[in-house]
Design a protein around this ligand. Structure first.
Ligand code: AKG
Length: 87
């Protein structure tokens, strides 16, 4: 959390002080791991935790090599401009 190589870009992108909101390890075993269907994270943080604005940086540190066989996270281009989509 205090690593400057992570903190400095976060400061620059958000233009403010930052805090750690949550951390976790997502285990994705190749071919047999969990499936994460399409979703937006922020709608849960907003509704359940009361975070007012999507002024958030999501940072992932990969513990293994990432490839098409072990569950890469995929983004839908432009979806961040469609606001919160309730699923
Ligand atoms: O790693 C993914 O595929 C999605 C993870 C995610 O949305 C989350 O951890 O909140």
């Amino acid at each position: 959390m205090r690593e400057p190589r992570l903190l400095e870009p976060a400061h620059q992108l958000l233009g403010s002080q930052v805090y750690l909101y949550q951390f976790k390890i997502n285990l994705k075993a190749a071919f047999g791991g969990d499936v994460w269907p399409w979703h937006q994270d922020f709608i849960y943080w907003h509704k359940e935790d009361g975070i007012p604005l999507p002024k958030v940086i999501r940072l992932a540190i990969l513990l293994d090599d990432l490839n098409e066989f072990n569950g890469p996270m995929i983004f839908i281009p432009g979806s961040h401009q469609q606001g919160m989509l309730d699923v």
